[in-house]
Design a protein around this ligand. Structure first.
Ligand code: GLY
Length: 298
C-alpha cells in the first residue's frame, strides 16, 4: 500500500493507493478512520452493482455497521435536485453530526456526495472511496466539491477536505474502455504539466491501460496522486499553483456545456481542451514572433 499525504492549512489527510497485491491492506486504516462513528454509505445503483460487494466484504470483516443511501450519478444528475433528494434521505436516516459519510463512486458522486456531506448540518466528516480513473487520479483528492447549474459546470460548491481517500485500483477493472480513456485525459494532463516520465509511460502503455492492466493502472494512479497531493498541499484554495491542474479544463468545460453534458465524458472533454489550449498557445507564440520580426524589419 502506498500512502500520500495532503497537508493543507485546514486539514492533513492520507490518500491510500492499493493494488491487487494488497487487497486487504486498506482495511486497517479504514477501520481507524471510521472509528466508532455511525457510517452512512452514499453511492449510486450503477456503482453499487460493480463495487458494493468488495466494500461490503470489507465492512463485514471490520465489523462496521452502516446505512446506505443511493442517489443517481452521471453529469446530468449533478444538480440541486439530486442534492435535495440526498438531504431528505439524510433526514429520514436520522443522520447527525457524529455520522461519517463514505462516498463510493466516480467523479460526479465524489463532487456531489462530498458537497452534500460538507453542507448538511453545517458539515459532516466524509471519506472518499473513488471507483473510476478520473475519481482516483483527480477529483477525490483536494476537497473541491460541488454541483452544476444550467448555466455552467461546478458553479456551486465549497472547498472541504475529506478525512481520507482510498484509491483501491482493483475497482477499476470493471470500468468500460471509454471510462478508462476519459480518465487517461487527466493522467496525460499530469504528464504534460509536471512529469514527462509519466507522459512517456502512458504513451508506451496506452493499450495495456485501456485493457485495465492492473500493474499499469496502479502505476498511473500512484504517480498522479503524488502530483495532486503535492500541488494541493502547496495551494489548497487555488490562488496560484493549483491553477495548473486546470490545464485543458476551460475549453473542456465549455465543450461539455455546449454539448449538454451528453456527448463527452469529463476526461474526454479535458483531452480535447488540452489540444485546443496547446494549439492556441502555439498560434499565440507564432503571432508574437511574427510581430517581433515585423518590428525588427521596419
Ligand atoms: N481538478 C482540478 C483541481 O482539483 O484543482
Amino acid at each position: 500500500m502506498n500512502t500520500y499525504w495532503v497537508k493543507t492549512p485546514t486539514k492533513s489527510y492520507p490518500v491510500y493507493v492499493t493494488g491487487l497485491q494488497d487487497e486487504d491492506s486498506w482495511l486497517k486504516p479504514l477501520k481507524k478512520i471510521v472509528g466508532t462513528s455511525p457510517l452512512l454509505i452514499l453511492t449510486s445503483p450503477r456503482v453499487a452493482r460493480h463495487c458494493w460487494k468488495t466494500l461490503k466484504k470489507a465492512l463485514n470483516v471490520l465489523d462496521i455497521s452502516y446505512q446506505i443511501q443511493l442517489i443517481p450519478d452521471g453529469e446530468e444528475n449533478k444538480n440541486i435536485k439530486t442534492v435535495a433528494t440526498a438531504y431528505s434521505g439524510f433526514v429520514k436516516r436520522k443522520v447527525d453530526r457524529s455520522t461519517k459519510v463514505l462516498i463510493l463512486g466516480g467523479g460526479v458522486l465524489g463532487d456531489m456526495g462530498g458537497f452534500v456531506a460538507a453542507t448538511y448540518l453545517r458539515g459532516l466528516k466524509f471519506i472518499q472511496v473513488p471507483t473510476t480513473l478520473v475519481g482516483q487520479v483527480d477529483s477525490s483528492v483536494g476537497g473541491k466539491l460541488g454541483i452544476d447549474l444550467p448555466e455552467g459546470k461546478n458553479l456551486v460548491g465549497v472547498f472541504q477536505q475529506p478525512e481520507a481517500v482510498f484509491c483501491h485500483t482493483p475497482f477499476l477493472k470493471t470500468l468500460p474502455r471509454r471510462e478508462l480513456r476519459g480518465g487517461l485525459g487527466e493522467v496525460i494532463k499530469y504528464g504534460v504539466i509536471d512529469d514527462p516520465k509519466l507522459f512517456g509511460f502512458v504513451s508506451r502503455n496506452v493499450e495495456k491501460i485501456l485493457g485495465a492492466d492492473p500493474v499499469c493502472l496502479l502505476e498511473i494512479v500512484k504517480k498522479s496522486v503524488a502530483i495532486k497531493a503535492r500541488v494541493v498541499s502547496e495551494d489548497e484554495k487555488e490562488s496560484g499553483l493549483r491553477m495548473i491542474l486546470n490545464f485543458g479544463h476551460t475549453y473542456g468545460h465549455a465543450l461539455e456545456r455546449l454539448t449538454d453534458y451528453e456527448t463527452y465524458h469529463h476526461g474526454e472533454a479535458v483531452g480535447v481542451g488540452m489540444v485546443w489550449a496547446a494549439s492556441f498557445l502555439i498560434r499565440w507564440v507564432y503571432v508574437q514572433n511574427l510581430y517581433f520580426c515585423q518590428c525588427w524589419i521596419w
